[in-house]
Design a binder for this molecule. Structure first.
Ligand code: HEC
Length: 138
């Protein structure tokens, strides 16, 4: 966002007379200061959730991505309560029960277009925390 603003400012600066050229510069400085302030607020405020820590430590991220963005496996972004298309073409609602089954018994249902997920040793409590994390991904 800041980069786009800067480019825009440069573009404007290039086609406007000299006396106005300070205006875009001032707005860029203001925008940069605002951006830096936001960054400062955000960094210490967002600790990793327990579920994310578990999925990173359990190797889930190797396929599902460090932030659940997907890769060799389906993305987790927004999948909670979404319709998932399975290998046989049928659709299933990704509710809590579906997510638990996907993790406990990965071969029970196959998401269309993906290979097979290996088994894992997560406890029920860990699975619940990972699912809470999946629910938080929009
Ligand atoms: C070797 C790669 C790999 C690893 C490691 C892996 N998965 Fe998967 N996962 C997959 C694939 C491929 C699928 C899609 C096929 C299927 O449904 O089994 C999947 C599907 C899922 C689904 C259902 C997603 C959907 O869109 O319906 C969940 C939930 C899930 N995995 C959780 C986990 C968790 C939690 C871990 C860590 C304990 C994990 N996975 C580790 C490959 C992996």
């Amino acid at each position: 966002m800041a980069a786009a603003g800067r480019n825009e400012a440069r573009r404007i600066a290039g086609v406007t007379p000299k006396w106005t050229s300070l205006l875009p510069v001032a707005s860029v400085v203001a925008a940069t200061a605002l951006f830096a302030a936001c960054g400062q607020d955000r960094a210490p405020d967002v600790p990793m959730s327990e579920g994310q820590v578990i999925m990173l430590n359990s190797g889930c991220s190797a396929c599902h991505g460090t932030e659940g963005q997907g890769g060799m496996a389906p993305s987790w972004n927004g999948i909670y309560m979404d319709q998932i298309t399975l290998e046989d073409g049928s659709k299933v609602l990704a509710d809590e029960a579906y997510l638990i089954r996907s993790i406990k018994d990965p071969t029970a249902q196959q998401v269309k277009g993906f290979s097979i997920m290996p088994p894992n040793t997560l406890t029920d409590a860990q699975i619940q925390l990972v699912i809470d994390y999946i629910k938080s991904l929009k």
